[in-house]
Design a protein around this ligand. Structure first.
Ligand SMILES: [Zn+2]
Length: 358
């Protein structure tokens, strides 16, 4: 009988990794390289920490003497293992990569808002504040912008901060949106939010892909990183048009985005079809992972493979920069959602969005 590696989910260990007294087998998992009884608890690391390290390192196959199986897929392996261990678990991949996926989104949002915050006189009333491990993003001068007025990584441990968070937002005249990812104890979070007049308003999907095989970009589509001031202007034009920013706000929006060209961990992309700008996207590179975000295709170029080409180029360049793990979020069942799946990413979990009516 074969046994499951509790770190990476490799299903073909020769012996149970631990006996009933929690003694390790000293077998080395060929996939993650963990030696049970040596690498883990004996060195003061929990299985979760050991797993997080393997994931952060890009979920690489460890053994050189025993090559990885053909078509081996680390993410699928983890997902399968998690559902085998605990068929009742909410979403297997959440426990595995959810923290990192939420973290990279919060870090990107923080950088995006910090640049606006740094403008002379903080014209949009930007503020970012941690409450426990939750992060609250506030832009009192941009109350219509959902993404600048939300709370990320709010878990049951943070429920004690709920009153303080709501006071923080109401001082800025804002009712925030909470994005709750599946975790043990989220029922309690929902109960408290409901008691404060919140209700679920939607879903948001999270995706992960590891060591994706590069997808071909059709010859008539060119996706290139923004390098020159002129390309940056084209990027801004297409971005603002694609996201349908009200003409009234265009000058302000451009001023808020001006710093994007200087963000060391961001790469901005222009997609062109037959030489005409058709869409844009951003990739945020951080700690060996890449976060695909803000891609938008101009209306007249929809359903022509631009979004997929933007994903392919960003995945390719992220891998070249040493970032094998790709994260992304998308509105549930949006075109972006379907394109991410077609590009080989996997649905990791959905977040519940909670806001107040009106
Ligand atoms: Zn393993």
């Amino acid at each position: 009988m074969k046994h499951l590696c509790p770190v990476c989910g490799w299903p073909e260990l020769n012996a149970p990794p631990y006996d009933e007294a929690r003694n390790g087998s000293f077998e080395i998992c060929p996939c993650c390289g963990v030696e049970f009884g040596y690498d883990d608890a004996a060195r003061g690391q929990t299985l979760e920490q050991t797993r997080a390290r393997w994931i952060a390192g890009g979920m690489k196959w460890w053994s050189t003497s025993r090559p990885e199986p053909k078509n081996w897929d680390a993410t699928r392996q983890l997902a399968r293992a998690a559902s085998a261990n605990d068929p009742a678990s909410a979403g297997p991949l959440v426990a595995m990569v959810g923290d990192r996926c939420e973290e990279i989104e919060a870090d990107f949002t923080a950088e995006r808002m910090q640049g606006i915050w740094d403008r002379e006189g903080n014209p949009h009333g930007i503020d970012i504040r941690p409450f426990g491990s939750a992060r609250a993003f506030l832009a009192s001068g941009l109350s219509a912008m959902r993404m600048f007025n939300r709370v990320l990584n709010f878990r049951h441990d943070e429920v004690i901060h709920l009153e303080a968070i709501l006071a923080y937002y109401s001082a800025g005249g804002i009712s925030p949106e909470f994005e709750i990812h599946p975790h043990d104890g989220c029922e309690m979070v929902f109960e408290h939010l409901a008691a404060h007049g919140f209700r679920q308003t939607g879903f948001h999907a999270a995706f992960v892909g590891v060591s994706l095989s590069p997808q071909a970009i059709p010859g008539h589509i060119v996706v290139k990183p923004v390098r020159t001031p002129m390309e940056f202007e084209s990027f801004l034009d297409a971005y603002l048009r694609g996201w349908k920013v009200d003409p009234l706000y265009l000058p302000g929006a451009r001023a808020n985005m001006e710093f994007w060209q200087r963000c060391p961990h961001w790469r901005l992309y222009l997609a062109e079809m037959d030489g005409v700008v058709a869409g844009v996207g951003i990739v945020f590179l951080q700690k060996g992972a890449a976060y695909l975000t803000n891609a938008v295709v101009l209306d007249e170029f929809r359903r022509r493979g631009i979004q997929s080409a933007l994903i392919a180029a960003r995945v390719r360049d992220a891998a070249a920069a040493g970032c094998q793990t790709i994260y992304a979020h998308a509105a549930w069942d949006s075109a972006n959602h379907r394109n991410l799946l077609r590009s080989g990413l996997q649905l990791c979990y959905t977040k519940a969005l909670w806001g107040r009516a009106g």
